[in-house]
Unconditional design. Sequence first.
Lengths: 384, 384
Amino acid sequence: MTTYVIHASCLPWTVRKNPNKMHQVQVKLAERSYPIFIGTRTLDGIATSLGELLIGWSHTVIICDEKVAQTFGKTVKDYLNQTNKRTSMLIVPSGEENKSIANLSQLWSQMLEEKTDRKSVVVAIGGGVVGDLAGFAAASFTRGLRFIQVPTTLLAMVDSSVGGKTGINLPAAKNMIGAFWQPHAVWIDTSTLDSLPDREFRSGLAEVVKYGVILDESFFDHLEEHADAILARKHEHIQHIVRRCCELKAQVVSQDERETTGLRAILNYGHTFGHAIESKTSYGRFLHGEAISIGMTMAGQLAVRLELWQKDCQERQTALLRKFGLPTSFREVPSEQLVVAMQMDKKTEHGRLNLILPTRMGNVRTVSNCEYADILGAIYGNAT
Amino acid sequence: MTTYVIHASCLPWTVRKNPNKMHQVQVKLAERSYPIFIGTRTLDGIATSLGELLIGWSHTVIICDEKVAQTFGKTVKDYLNQTNKRTSMLIVPSGEENKSIANLSQLWSQMLEEKTDRKSVVVAIGGGVVGDLAGFAAASFTRGLRFIQVPTTLLAMVDSSVGGKTGINLPAAKNMIGAFWQPHAVWIDTSTLDSLPDREFRSGLAEVVKYGVILDESFFDHLEEHADAILARKHEHIQHIVRRCCELKAQVVSQDERETTGLRAILNYGHTFGHAIESKTSYGRFLHGEAISIGMTMAGQLAVRLELWQKDCQERQTALLRKFGLPTSFREVPSEQLVVAMQMDKKTEHGRLNLILPTRMGNVRTVSNCEYADILGAIYGNAT
């Protein structure tokens, strides 16, 4: 993974127009390598930059939700219309419950109606739901189209838009269907966060905290120190945390693209608990990051019970999540039901749960032999 | 591509029990390389051979149709039951019209109910419909499971089971949704053809003839010379033609896995016409090979019109297809409608048809600038 600041003099003209520096993080995956562009107020550069990346590109399918269609979607469409390429825009409903077979099937039909072919490029603009759904539509239409992620939520910027995980939910299990399908580029304009509702912004911070806990103690320290500036969405702070999360994720994905060595699974810290919570509340009660915040707290409690990590680390994690306004406990569903839902997790092997648990700040490990009683205890335990 | 005869002394014990030699053709795709095993009465060896190939295999999902479930499916299940692995069997309806979103969706739900996870292996037993559908279910469940193709029709043996093309149809376009997802092995037992209905056997021969026309003149000569023995399904002849087709397909797929260089597209000879014929007759009137036989005849006629190939070559192709009892003309749908349906083809770029046309026996090329009038003329033309 390489990170470097591109100076204006080295950039093609459209990017040069932009007064802000753009950062670039490279996801290194041999012939599937791609850049993550990170900047502020950079949407005007997208058409030209993509034109340089995408040989033979003849048609764009923008996929976004209704709200984005009227804002950033329209902006990107206007810029793309200045090229000589045909542009279609397809609207999908927002909300995790819409990452469904029905919506995927409708997208496929609409893409066919729009005469989408192998020279078409899918541009997913929005949060994780749109990115996952549009990404899988791109992966599966004519057995694979190129696609670009343009995340407009913090959660999508730091997590779902990078790494090629695309897919939909089955009614009983989240993200059960999908493909590893890498984007050709990720285009992050942090100014799109200015209008993000507060609850969604805070939800994204759960994944940001996760990177500190699993991979980078000094990043965790940084988050504690600058929590107020981050909550105030100061641009330089937002750019910094987005860039660091993308660097960390790119590093992991480059080493374990398809979650085969166990390394990539660490990104799922808190997610086995979190997904079960989302599933048992029908994906309607919590935002994803909120469920992950509770899930990380439960995973931390389990790690404390197992004497894998210290109580004061758990307290620091809980305190930072709470500082960011995130929930850290959930007791409305019996623990036994939550454990059953947890077993639907994709990391389950031979019917056995594999859990990612913290060992010290900046480090986690996979634990595959947890006692049922300990997991139940951790779920019931108080958020310390 | 390598072909070699494995002598009994070099084989693991279960295969050694088999009195017949097994041939092995290797599809070379770096870390996605896999063997095609070709033999007669070899199903008894499948469990042990797969055990050697599949590290960490814990559960098998056999996918087949109702009829196969009672014959080869049951045989394979019995052999697998002798191992210590859990085995599930899922039944899908047969027929091209069942390669649908509804059936795929049902498979996904059943796989979840059967507690399928990343250590599970999908074994697709049957013809192309089952292989394509089961292959895409394997490709997409938990973003990718290992799978094994056990083709039991001639068409599936020589074509659809090799090369990793999986997928389903949209109502208006065949194979529009899917993935390139390579199997971990293809297991061909030619004795499964003994009970294949005559019409289906002949349908498979259309793809066999195709390999001669596009890649191997001497193989075409061989088919002409031994047509009667082939129609009589003499085992040594069937093994020979299956092996040669697999060798040719493996060669092409190894060089152009994802149809990006144009080489793999030659396997689609006759298919742009053929798919349109299948679509306009709602996939119910012709078997796939029958539609491809008509499609090859139309493509050949177009090539004659364009003075790309000689009339006597076209006559040899038509004569061999007819000798194999295959249809070579179709006039019930107006040509204009057929051309519209042809434009749904995945090889269409910038709205322009790319057609694979023969130039001499054993050779084809891609032609992208055909006049509309010539295509119409070829469709109306007599089968010469």
